[in-house]
Design a protein around this ligand. Structure first.
Ligand SMILES: Cc1cc2nc3c(=O)[nH]c(=O)nc-3n(C[C@H](O)[C@H](O)[C@H](O)COP(=O)(O)O)c2cc1C
Length: 322
């Protein structure tokens, strides 16, 4: 792989290396970045699309939006100004975004705070501590999502039954489908360490997607209820097009990096937006306005040991320097 030693090339390379640490559905990392002149181009890698779970590439595009946001955070943290063009070529829908270096400015403190969270960020599926999430932190995360251009709705206590029903329905539909179970098994085997995929025991108000290939969702009758203080944030876009999914991904990245920077833990629940009936249930809960794009469970981590890290793809497979 070519290496750029000029200042702009080095800054763009740093930004792309940061982008490669972004979260993605089942750790598919469905992106390719190319640095060319004063631009960094983000392309979808559809060979890594989940054909059963994500037939429209909505989650793939969302993950790429998160990667784009990571790159923008790195540039802003380094005091770089850049323009971004989304889906710049109608004839080339895989070209999702083009970042262009435009100059230097003072480094942004907020971007530096978020960039420092990139290496510590993990999806943490373990039960949270029985400690409340401070409202001030939730407010800050909502503002971060709004700055990224989407609404975020934090579920109210009376919404939990609806979320639980949607999660239960999604699990029943998906786990009874052998093609779904095969897709989960293949990607978990390829990219998610066993200790990350393991489902801790205990009932939760809203169940998480199981990352094993058993046909039945686990039943936790009679076990202690955990996650009693978890909050659930729903990222909602105005429309439901690839452009909206990119924005949702940027907001998702802003929320999870902000959560980590603020000392919280999180894990996403996208099964709630994968199955049409579950997503429709969420839409209704939101008053029928907008499109739920992602659900994020937020809470205080129990214990100080961090969640295990999932492996990244080799840089040469996902980054190219012209
Ligand atoms: C669009 C998207 C959807 C995801 N959906 C789920 C999900 O439904 N359940 C889950 O446990 N994790 C989900 N994840 C988390 C990924 O599995 C996780 O980001 C990936 O394995 C990399 O691990 P890391 O986030 O710890 O770096 C999702 C992530 C993204 C970006």
């Amino acid at each position: 792989m070519a290496v750029r030693t000029d200042a702009v090339g080095r800054l763009l390379t740093q930004a792309v290396l940061t982008a490669l640490e972004a979260p993605s559905v089942l750790n598919t990392q469905p992106w390719r970045w190319r640095i060319d002149g004063d631009t960094a181009q983000l392309r979808a890698d559809r060979t890594r699309q989940l054909r059963v779970i994500d037939p429209d590439a909505r989650l793939l595009t969302l993950a790429c939006g998160a990667s784009l946001h990571h790159a923008r955070v790195a540039l802003a943290a380094d005091g770089v100004t850049a323009t971004v063009r989304y889906l710049p070529d109608e004839g080339d829908p895989d070209l999702l975004a083009m970042l262009r270096y435009t100059g230097r400015t003072g480094p942004s403190d907020e971007a530096q705070r978020l960039r420092a969270a990139v290496g510590r960020r993990r999806s943490d599926r373990r039960p949270f501590a029985d400690e409340p999430v401070p409202d001030a932190v939730v407010d800050r995360l909502m503002r971060a999502a709004a700055a990224a251009g989407v609404n975020i709705r934090v579920a109210r206590p009376e919404d939990l039954a609806t979320l639980a029903a949607a999660a239960g329905h999604a699990a029943n539909v998906q786990r009874s489908d052998p093609a779904y179970r095969a897709e989960i098994a293949a990607w978990v085997r390829g990219g998610i360490p066993a200790e990350v995929a393991a489902q801790p025991s205990g009932a939760r108000p809203v169940s998480l997607r199981a990352l094993d290939d058993e046909p039945d969702a686990s039943i936790y009758s009679g076990q202690a209820v955990t996650d009693r203080n978890a909050r659930y944030a729903i990222i909602v876009t105005d429309g439901d097009s690839p452009r909206d999914w990119l924005t949702a991904g940027e907001a998702y990245s802003a929320v999870v990096l902000g959560a980590i920077a603020d000392g919280l833990a999180f894990s996403p629940l996208s099964d709630l937006v994968e199955i049409v009936a579950a997503r429709t249930t969420l839409r209704r809960m939101l008053g029928g306005v907008g499109w739920p794009a992602m659900v994020v469970r937020l809470g205080v981590a129990a214990g100080s040991a961090g969640a295990a890290r999932s492996p990244l793809r080799p840089t040469a497979d996902v980054m190219e320097v012209a």
